[in-house]
Design a protein around this ligand. Structure first.
Ligand code: NAI
Ligand code: MG
Length: 395
């Protein structure tokens, strides 16, 4: 069989640090692949005026599977100011390359597991009536619609005539009719039935495969009636095929409260793009935060796997690096599962769990220290030491 090729896109900042660590772990675990590096991120914007060059798109189209580290994004003016002078005033407009990748390859299903590793000092705890505390085990997997909704980018300030007229045809627009047009901003929230159905189908199929007893559709259908209503309707339709799995529906606001009270009650959670982004960060905060938050972006035949953290520029130049490589490693483990390498995935996950449970090697975030070079003298492991510890636990 031809050797598998994986496209690796370290990107910016700590992406450059954590991605090679994940590759090191996978190789030590016996996963064999050709790793092809591809350009993405801020440096490409500055030098080429495009943070997602066509050659990178071509490589992903060819090989179908990629690991992504992180990129740096900056606001409009900062982006324009950092562009190579030779490229200025040529109409280059910065657009987040990871959002661009999701749209270009229709990576419409984002999967974000938030799972407690026993022994992690960052785990959620709850005070009990007798003054003690308990540490419920969280095992929530967020299915976020990844391409539509409020992040689709259909928006205006000072909307043009035809948009204004379309808005004005809605009776409820009467409340805005008197607003000066340049003082009115509109970001549309577009859902399609096909994408709502697909995220719900993927969520239920995952729940069935992994033995979850419930799928929660988390939206706000009592207020956002059309879009949230469509997601819930599709959830109910898909549920018909899964008599053994309960369908719960919650509102995003109440869900954020409940997940800090009884997070252990939730299993698979489905939501549109923005609410999925919010809920997944909410659950991630209960199981270790950014250093532990892994994710997958899945399309019909392409998968891109990435930690949910960004490029953490303030730690990017530290040598030795202190950031936690676990989120990136767990994202690479999700890639192994997707590629059908469940046995290797299980061993890497087990090794991470063992290191966390043992507690001898902890990065600064796990020790609740302030980040910086001093953290090492205060007992924090370096990025490399954490990776080495995980590799040492591989069986
Ligand atoms: P960030 O995730 O880069 O960092 C926030 C803070 O979280 C860091 O300062 C650090 O304290 C901590 N942190 C992040 N990753 C960690 C790790 N692996 N181990 C230990 N601690 C970690 O978010 P921030 O500061 O808001 O954004 C920095 C840059 O990253 C911005 O340019 C932003 O646009 C970009 N970004 C990119 C993302 C992506 O590539 N998918 C996602 C989020 C932000
Ligand atoms: Mg987010």
């Amino acid at each position: 069989m031809a050797q598998r090729t994986v496209v690796v896109m370290p990107g910016d900042g700590i992406g450059q640090v954590v991605l090679p660590e994940a590759v090191r772990v996978l190789e030590a675990a016996g996963f064999e692949a050709d790793w092809v590096s591809a350009d993405i991120g801020w440096e490409l914007w500055r030098s080429e005026g495009n943070p997602l060059p066509q050659r990178t798109i071509d490589l992903i189209a060819e090989h179908k599977v990629a690991l992504f580290g992180a990129i740096t994004s900056k606001p409009k003016e900062a982006a324009a100011a950092e562009l190579d002078p030779a490229l200025r005033d040529r109409g280059h407009v910065y657009y987040s390359p990871i959002v661009g990748l999701r749209q270009r390859f229709d990576l419409d299903v984002s999967i974000r597991p938030c799972v407690t590793f026993p022994g992690n000092p960052l785990n959620f705890i709850r005070r009990t009536g007798d003054g003690g505390f308990e540490e419920p085990r969280v095992n929530a997997v967020i299915f976020r619609q990844n391409t539509e909704g409020l992040y689709a980018g259909v928006e205006w300030t000072n909307p043009p005539d035809n948009v204004w007229q379309a808005l004005d045809s809605h009776p409820r627009f009467a409340a805005f009719r008197g607003v000066p047009r340049e003082d009115l901003a509109v970001s549309t929230r577009i859902f399609t039935r096909a994408k709502c159905r697909r995220i719900c189908e993927e969520a239920f199929a995952y729940a069935a495969r992994h033995g979850f007893s419930s799928v929660t559709v988390c939206e706000k259908p009592n207020v956002i009636r059309e879009t949230s209503g469509m997601m819930l309707a599709e959830g109910r339709r898909v549920k018909q095929r899964y008599p053994d799995i309960q369908l719960w529906d919650t509102n995003i606001d109440a869900q954020m409260m409940w997940l800090t009270k009884n997070p252990e009650d939730y299993g698979v959670v489905v939501a549109g793009n923005m609410f999925g982004d919010i809920i997944s960060d909410g659950f991630a905060g209960l199981v270790g935060g950014l250093g532990f938050a892994a994710s997958a972006n899945i399309g019909a035949d392409v998968g891109v796997f990435e930690p949910t953290h960004g490029s953490a520029p303030k730690y990017a130049e530290l040598d030795p690096s202190i950031v936690n490589p676990i989120a990136m490693i767990l994202s690479a483990v999700m890639m192994l599962d997707w590629l059908g390498e469940g046995e290797i995935a299980g061993r890497v996950r087990g090794a991470v769990a063992d290191v966390v449970a043992e507690g001898a090697v902890r990065t600064y975030d796990m020790l609740k220290l302030r980040g910086g070079p001093q953290a090492i003298a205060q007992g924090a492991a370096t990025t490399t030491e954490m990776t080495d510890a995980i590799i040492a636990k591989l069986t």
